[in-house]
Design a binder for this molecule. Structure first.
Ligand SMILES: Cc1cc2nc3c(=O)[nH]c(=O)nc-3n(C[C@H](O)[C@H](O)[C@H](O)COP(=O)(O)O)c2cc1C
Length: 173
């Protein structure tokens, strides 16, 4: 069993590719979150559904409160058992300036107490509330080590992506 686990979600495939790179670089065990609902892959059709569950308007706001996603679809199966892992890497897309619902659902139920947490997220170019919202869902004794916003400038440039991932994944602890 590895000492690192990557928990991730992908709707349209970018995070599948990135998760594979992370696995190759770290030897981490990998768990892909699967929601109990088929989100449409087209961004605006998906957003129309997501924002209704979140009770937000069509345009997200800077510093908006963490959305209440308790009525949104849950995850399939049981939560991954994190007990044997010291390091937990969590990756997924930005939806409406914050985490995609499956990442939020995972964080609200997972036990990350005492873990070293590494976060990355993918987006086109706007991730305004992601980091703050993500941290707000961690228990006080989780150790938030490093993060990386992979916007399209990074994900469209393989060399830049490699460098950025290498920096994130230099654990040094
Ligand atoms: C519902 C929805 C909302 C999105 N909101 C944002 C956003 O606020 N900012 C942004 O830059 N990209 C946004 N995107 C684009 C996604 O972040 C991008 O497609 C994603 O990082 C691709 O990852 P994936 O292929 O692993 O799903 C959104 C996409 C969807 C489906």
């Amino acid at each position: 069993m590895a000492d690192t686990v990557l928990i991730y979600y992908s709707l349209t495939g970018l995070n599948d590719v990135i998760a594979d790179r992370v696995r190759q670089k770290t030897g981490a065990d990998v768990v892909k979150l699967e929601p109990d609902f088929n989100y449409p892959k087209a961004m605006y059709s998906c957003w129309d559904i997501v924002r209704k569950w979140r009770g937000v308007g069509s345009i997200p706001k800077h510093g908006q409160p963490l959305p209440d996603i308790s009525k949104a679809p849950q995850l399939k199966g049981s939560l991954p058992d994190l007990a044997g892992y010291q390091r937990v890497i969590i990756g997924g897309p930005v939806w409406g300036w914050t985490m995609a619902n499956p990442i939020m659902t995972f964080l609200t139920s997972a036990n990350l107490s005492g873990k070293d947490v590494y976060a990355y997220w993918t987006c086109v170019n706007t991730d305004y509330n992601y980091e703050v919202d993500f941290k707000s869902l961690l228990p006080a004794d989780a150790k938030y080590r490093k993060d990386l916003c992979i916007d399209s400038e990074i994900s469209d440039n393989p060399e830049h992506l490699e460098q950025s991932l290498n920096q994130l994944l230099e654990f040094g602890d």
